[in-house]
Design a protein around this ligand. Structure first.
Ligand SMILES: Cc1cc2nc3c(=O)[nH]c(=O)nc-3n(C[C@H](O)[C@H](O)[C@H](O)COP(=O)(O)OP(=O)(O)OC[C@H]3O[C@@H](n4cnc5c(N)ncnc54)[C@H](O)[C@@H]3O)c2cc1C
Length: 431
């Protein structure tokens, strides 16, 4: 039986990546009672979770959070119990988290598109494979084809190469012209130029092929080669892994559950990162994909605004606007080309939780109809993988989400007992 814990905060932050950490730090340093909850045992979100290098931006922010009065919680928020009360669970507890104000900093995830063989073992997300190597998967001497779109391809390829992988090719679906325009746009962002130059050095000698994408992963019990379309010609490249991802999609399930308005698949926010729901703020990649610096400044603004420090928050608008320009360049450069819609033949599985093939989906008019008729999107990932894929393939709009937004234990669903442990969180520091 899980321990039940009830905690109350002035400000609750959901998501312990750069945006959530910045929001929690700023609000806590100005005296708010802050709780920050993340579903991973290690703070830092997608980019900083594995970082341990002393003196890095990641370790500085994490140390600043740990020495603030903010209380760090480990749990996955899955449901709203009542207004201003969320439920979360981890392996040994169910948590009822009450708040006056809330910052949603739930980040983004990789987008996958179906093609023949994409469900074979060793075909993985680009960030997913990187994370597995960070956790100890041996990659020394393995041939990894990296394919899809977005800057994550280069970052992950560089990381895998540093850890001994051979990268025969990086296939980027964007064109040379798009990539050249993107490089020009980076000139306005000195920190990005430095990152770009470093990646160029780390990937020296690795083939980067624009106008290229995977059309099939081949193999019997695991991937053995990848067929790629490369400037309109097909080519087969032997490999041990295919690391594949088509840029990122914002995690907007929790904002949707709370009723926040969504615009262009992102959470709509005002200048102070306020959503359309009173006292609910949103920062980082749910408001748009824009990189770690943008997530940080949005988190800072949200934390300051939630703590009532309006003047300090306003002083950061200029920095945020510059960084949003980078986000717009990402969207333009790495938008998916229409040819990718014809990647899956009828027999290709699109919803891998429920084994639903393309042929069973294509005649439906909407996401809702397909769900009702086929169970597409109703498995453990709750449409997180096939939702964005079908949105691109069939131009369906995902509609409302239903609680719980993640699979949870039955006892967590059965309700929170009101005789459970009561713990009121008090600040231990702050200015
Ligand atoms: C797989 C992956 C790998 C990436 N690798 C790189 C890289 O190598 N280099 C690079 O420059 N950029 C990388 N990025 C992009 C980078 O993550 C972002 O630019 C930046 O980290 C975004 O910060 P954030 O705080 O907005 O979100 P995130 O860093 O994504 O943090 C959000 C956090 O919220 C947690 N969360 C979400 N929902 C809930 C919930 N309901 N309950 C509790 N916790 C929740 C998530 O698990 C996560 O820890 C990667 C992105 C992804 C998806």
């Amino acid at each position: 039986m899980s321990r039940a814990v009830r905690q109350r905060f002035d400000l609750l932050v959901v998501g312990g990546g750069p945006a959530g950490i910045a929001g929690a730090v700023y609000a806590a340093e100005f005296g708010s009672r802050v709780g920050i909850v993340d579903d991973n045992a290690r703070l830092g979100g997608q980019i900083w979770r594995g970082a341990s290098e002393a003196g890095s931006a990641a370790s500085k922010w994490i140390e600043r959070l740990q020495s603030s009065s903010a209380r760090v919680l480990h749990g996955r928020v899955f449901q709203q119990l009542e207004p201003r009360v969320l439920l979360a669970e981890n392996d040994d507890s169910i948590q009822e988290l009450s708040y006056e104000k809330l910052i949603l900093a739930t980040g983004a995830r990789e987008r996958f598109l179906p093609f023949p063989g994409w469900t074979l073992p060793n075909v993985m997300g680009v960030g997913g494979l990187q994370a597995m190597v960070e956790c100890g998967l041996p990659i020394q001497g393995k041939r990894v084809v990296v394919a899809g779109t977005g800057p994550l391809l280069l970052a992950a390829a560089a990381y895998l190469r540093q850890h001994g992988a051979e990268i025969p090719i990086i296939c980027e679906q964007a064109s040379w012209a798009d990539l050249a325009r993107f490089s020009m746009a980076l000139l306005a962002q000195p920190s990005k130029i430095l990152q770009g130059l470093q990646l160029k050095r780390e990937l020296a000698g690795t083939k980067l092929s624009p106008n290229s994408w995977p059309v099939a992963a081949n193999g019997m019990s695991t991937v053995e080669s990848v067929t790629i379309s490369r400037s309109d010609k097909l080519e087969t490249v032997p490999c041990d892994y295919l690391a594949c991802g088509f840029h990122l999609v914002p995690n907007i399930e929790l904002p949707l559950l709370l009723g926040c308005q969504i615009q262009n698949d992102c959470v709509r926010v005002d200048d102070f990162q306020r959503t359309t729901v009173a006292e609910v703020f949103c920062a980082g990649e749910p408001t748009g994909i824009g990189g770690v610096e943008l997530s940080l400044v949005e988190g800072e603004i949200a934390g300051l605004a939630a703590a009532g420090r309006i003047a300090e928050a306003s002083s950061l608008f200029g920095r945020r606007e510059k960084l949003r320009g980078f986000g717009r360049s990402l969207d333009r450069t790495f938008q998916l080309r229409t040819e990718l819609r014809s990647l899956p033949p009828p027999e290709t599985i699109v919803c891998r939780c429920e084994d639903i093939r393309y042929s069973r989906l294509r005649d439906h008019a909407s996401w809702r109809e397909a769900k009702l008729q086929t169970r597409c999107g109703m498995g453990p990932c709750q449409g997180r993988i096939c939702g964005p894929a079908t949105q691109f393939l069939f131009k369906w709009n995902p509609d409302s989400v239903r609680p719980p937004i993640f699979p949870v234990r039955i006892e967590s669903m059965a309700g929170f007992k009101h005789d459970s442990t009561f713990e009121l969180c008090e600040p231990t520091g702050g200015r």
